[in-house]
Design a protein around this ligand. Structure first.
Ligand code: ADP
Length: 288
């Protein structure tokens, strides 16, 4: 199975929200990393067939997804941004309703919905109305609904928004469990969400795909640009103003800095191995 994105473009007035985005996705987990406004949601909505591109196309095994129509939707699971629909439905009724839309037989649907609600920790409160749920609970329901049809292609827009660290860890496990033989694309600006589970990282900047590679390779691309140094408390302030500081730790009257910079920030600075957080700061320093 291969999903091909070919020069996909979406223009709003003079604004290019997505700009000639091209890539191939095969089975695996892809993390789409980008600052707010970089075009992630627009890209994902076009990949789901919910938004018509200005130009370019999305192909599944060589066939345009518009031509596959229903056949594509059957393969697709999607978690939109700010998920929170049907406030007067209970989670249980909502899940059953979506299952019937997806054509699942009733008994299979009940079993499947029970399993999924159990997985996201909502089974015990499944008969409560969605409007009584907290943001995190709604988001977990959103994750459960995206998996109803055991989708071969799963597109998740900021799936961990509003989740606490424990829920985020649980989410990662659910996605990993579901990932065999599937194409999963998840967008985030929280680096740790994808650092551990994504096979490939895509960096999106101003509507364009600026980099796509494995975590290891993508971090290698800024080898030599991440530094560790120890400075005095007074100096630390000036370093923070002049450089991108990815971490800062007080140690007695000294401060240990981790700095992302193409130039050596000071004489005693030594290079350290870059991580994804450093990479993100390197690419999005204007936004940071
Ligand atoms: P992200 O998901 O990375 O935050 P979006 O895809 O939501 O980015 O937005 C990309 C850019 O396109 C932003 O500048 C946004 O303001 C603009 N944009 C998105 N949707 C619309 C729209 N319906 N009309 C006009 N501009 C839009």
């Amino acid at each position: 199975m291969e999903l091909t994105i070919q020069s996909l473009t979406k223009q709003y007035g003079s604004k290019l929200a997505v700009d000639r985005f091209s890539t191939n996705l095969s089975e695996g987990i892809y993390g789409l990393l980008g600052a707010n406004g970089s075009g992630k949601t627009t890209l994902m909505r076009m990949m789901c067939g919910l938004l018509r591109p200005t130009s370019g196309e999305v192909l599944l095994d060589g066939v345009n997804i518009n031509d596959l129509d229903e056949g594509y939707r059957e393969l697709l699971g999607y978690l939109p941004q700010n998920f929170g629909y049907y406030p007067d439905f209970t989670a249980w009724d909502f899940m059953l309703y979506l299952s019937s839309l997806k054509g699942l037989p009733k008994l299979t649907a009940e079993e499947r919905c029970g399993e999924l609600l159990e997985k996201v920790g909502l089974y015990d409160i499944r008969k409560k109305k969605i409007k009584t749920y907290s943001g995190g609970m709604r988001q977990r329901l959103g994750i459960a609904q995206s998996l109803i049809n055991d989708p071969k292609i799963l597109i998740l827009d900021e799936p961990t928004a509003g989740l606490d660290p424990k829920e985020r860890a649980k989410f990662r496990n659910i996605i990993s469990d579901h990932s065999t033989g599937k194409i999963i694309l998840l967008s985030t600006h929280i680096v740790s969400d994808i650092e551990y589970i994504a096979d490939k990282i895509m960096i999106m900047k101003h509507g364009q795909l600026s980099q796509q590679n494995s975590l290891e390779h993508i971090c290698d691309s800024i080898n030599g640009f991440v530094w560790y140094c120890k400075v005095t408390l007074n100096e630390a302030e000036s370093y923070r103003n002049r450089f991108v500081v990815s971490n800062l730790k007080h140690n007695g009257d000294m401060v240990e800095l981790r700095i992302v910079s193409e130039q050596q920030p000071c004489e005693n600075a030594v290079n350290v191995s870059p991580n994804l957080e450093d990479l993100y700061l390197y690419h999005f320093k204007e936004e940071a």
